[in-house]
Design a protein around this ligand. Structure first.
Ligand code: 13P
Length: 252
């Protein structure tokens, strides 16, 4: 399947930002997208505390709601954790797993990320599996090897193009204002496409690969135009509807 046959996804990761007052943004976004024929899917991942309300303000609209992490177990003695089933119950359609901030702050391993992605599938959620190299790894010429090993370790059995999305987020580009060049993005994404073909078989060719890391309205079109890029995972610029729409416009 050619790249153009894949429906892109523009996903916003709010991280630990947003209380009830922030719901005006998805409400605004929903209004902005009313009557617009989108050529991509749009997802907003607010904090878990407002998923249900975010879904309610966008009711009937085109925007899906997602979680930012889930526990691998469906329930149990895991104080403070949230299961994929709970996210699904709150109205989520997808969940981000293995974000570099979780891999760093919570020491999550590839095996844990794979278990979380499997939990997402069990609950009927699409897993957005994040991978990406650090600056040190890039400088050491290890980028593609790091991506290969993260993909091998983080994609669970049963992953297919319908239940899994890969997000390439170079750690050094997250929240820094730095972005990978289009050549670097194309190289990484083309490598990921090849590697997921080995892991997922024919499904790999149909699976969405998002780029994330300082995506904003001014650079979105260029980044999204790189080979094997099927959308974006957006942090800071997804918090304001006016900025997020500027990225979504790449696919309008
Ligand atoms: P920024 O867009 O703020 O760089 O964040 C990217 C990210 O980590 C999305 O998951």
């Amino acid at each position: 399947m050619s790249d153009t046959a894949i429906r892109p996804l523009v996903a916003g990761n709010w991280k630990m930002n947003g209380t009830t007052a922030a719901l005006r943004e998805p409400r605004l976004l929903g209004a902005m997208l009313k009557g617009v024929k989108l050529k991509c899917d749009v997802l907003v991942c607010p904090p878990a505390t407002i998923i249900r309300r975010a879904k309610a303000v966008m009711k009937g609209g085109k925007i899906k709601v997602g979680g930012q992490d889930c526990h691998a177990a469906a329930s149990g003695a895991h104080t403070g954790d949230i299961s994929a089933e709970m996210l699904k119950d709150a109205g989520a359609a997808m969940v981000i797993v293995g974000h570099s901030e979780r891999r760093t702050n919570h020491k999550e391993t590839d095996a844990e990320v794979a278990a979380k992605a499997k939990a997402a599938h069990r609950a009927g959620l699409v897993a957005i599996i994040c991978i990406g190299e650090t600056l040190e790894e890039r400088k050491g010429g290890k980028t593609l090897d790091v991506l290969t090993s993260q993909l091998k370790g983080s994609i669970p059995e049963g992953a297919n193009s319908g239940n899994t999305v890969i997000a390439y987020e170079p750690v050094w580009a997250i929240g820094t204002g730095l972005t990978a060049s289009t050549a670097e993005v194309a190289e990484a994404h083309t490598h990921i496409r090849k590697e997921i073909g080995k892991i997922m078989g024919a499904e790999g060719a149909k699976t969405r690969i998002l780029y994330g890391g300082s995506v904003k309205p001014s650079n979105a079109a260029e980044l999204m135009g790189a080979a094997n890029v099927n959308g974006a995972l957006v942090g800071g610029a997804s918090l304001k509807a006016a900025d997020f729409i500027g990225i979504i416009k790449t696919y309008m």
